[in-house]
Ligand binder design. Structure first.
Ligand SMILES: Cc1cc2nc3c(=O)[nH]c(=O)nc-3n(C[C@H](O)[C@H](O)[C@H](O)COP(=O)(O)OP(=O)(O)OC[C@H]3O[C@@H](n4cnc5c(N)ncnc54)[C@H](O)[C@@H]3O)c2cc1C
Ligand code: SF4
Length: 275
């Protein structure tokens, strides 16, 4: 067991300032926020993640789901996946999001997992999670054994010669179909990032997974007002239904008027390097 510093800031500004002390060369990997811990702690036990400082954000006031003035929804970063999936407004107006979350992980995990943690969960590529193996995402420049190895769960869209890892999130696929916006607090203030621009393709730097900079704290996610008359569905194919990551999934939001599809958004999961 290696040692790390555990800190519990009183407010978001202190959390950001504490996290910004990360060494930028490692894209902030030496400092990590912890929310539900369902991914980070696993990876720390495997020595895949070895942060010197872990910042607990669970006591920050980021756990509310609120209506926005324009009729949309604001989802706090530490809202638990279960609370989001079962929120009456989500079940009614953003059903695809509720279905996607409930199709992921297990009830116990969803009770701990948070909105921001789900957005930032890392790939389930088996080589990434095994420090005895090379992996360009974990150790840039060491190679990608998955390309010729066990890759049934990995991506076919958005891949590069350096990495073919799938983004494993179900929630993000629904959020992509719903055109969510991610709100981030950094050392230079707040900024809003459309979900389509939040995750990065692997290219030659698969270690860089999002546009976040060291110190950036995801504070909340907003959804636009629901599209009147839209129909929504999340469909997920997986090896077992108790809990398992997607082999392929799809989040569909369509509007039908007079027997014609007038608007359609389709998100794909399990097959892409980003949602
Ligand atoms: C057995 C198992 C099965 C699973 N099955 C599925 C599945 O089928 N589908 C699916 O989608 N997911 C699945 N998951 C993944 C699960 O959804 C994620 O572990 C969970 O959503 C992560 O949320 P968390 O709050 O626990 O994140 P944490 O582990 O606390 O954090 C994850 C990452 O996010 C960062 N982070 C957290 N909050 C913030 C913030 N506010 N700002 C900036 N960075 C932040 C952390 O630093 C860390 O890097 C499974 C997990 C397990 C263990
Ligand atoms: S697919 Fe990506 S995560 Fe998996 S071994 Fe290759 S570089 Fe590493």
């Amino acid at each position: 067991m290696y040692t790390f510093e555990f800190v519990r800031p009183a407010d978001s500004a202190t959390a950001v300032a504490t996290a910004a002390q990360a060494k930028t060369a490692q894209q902030g990997a030496d400092v990590r926020f912890v929310a539900g811990g369902t991914t980070l702690l696993d990876l720390m036990k495997l020595n895949v993640e070895t942060p010197a400082r872990v910042i607990d954000i669970n006591r920050l006031p980021l756990d509310q789901i609120e209506a926005t003035p324009d009729g949309g929804l604001k989802i706090g970063a530490t809202v638990r996946n279960s609370d989001l999936a079962h929120h009456p407004k989500v079940e009614r107006d953003y059903a695809v999001l509720s279905q996607a979350i409930l199709a992921g992980a297990s009830a116990q995990l969803r009770n701990m997992a948070t909105t921001a943690g789900n957005l930032l969960q890392r790939t389930r590529c088996v080589y990434f999670r095994d420090t005895a193996m090379p992996c360009n995402k974990r150790e840039p420049g060491t190679g990608c054994p998955a390309i010729t190895g066990a890759n049934r769960m990995l991506a076919i869209l958005g891949t590069s010669e350096h990495c073919i890892a799938t983004n494993p999130s179900d929630m993000c696929v629904a959020m992509a179909a719903l055109e969510a916006t991610i709100h981030v607090q950094g050392t230079n203030g707040m900024r809003a990032i459309p979900i389509g621009d939040f995750h990065l393709l692997p290219g030659s730097t698969p270690n860089r997974e999002t546009v976040l900079e060291p110190g950036d704290l995801v504070t909340h996610v907003t959804l636009p007002p629901p599209v009147a008359g839209s129909r929504q569905l999340y469909l997920k194919l997986r090896d077992r239904t108790s809990y398992e990551f997607a082999l392929a999934s799809s989040a569909i939001v369509i509007t039908v008027a007079r027997e014609r599809v007038t608007r359609a958004r389709v998100g794909l999961g399990g097959v892409g390097t980003k949602p």
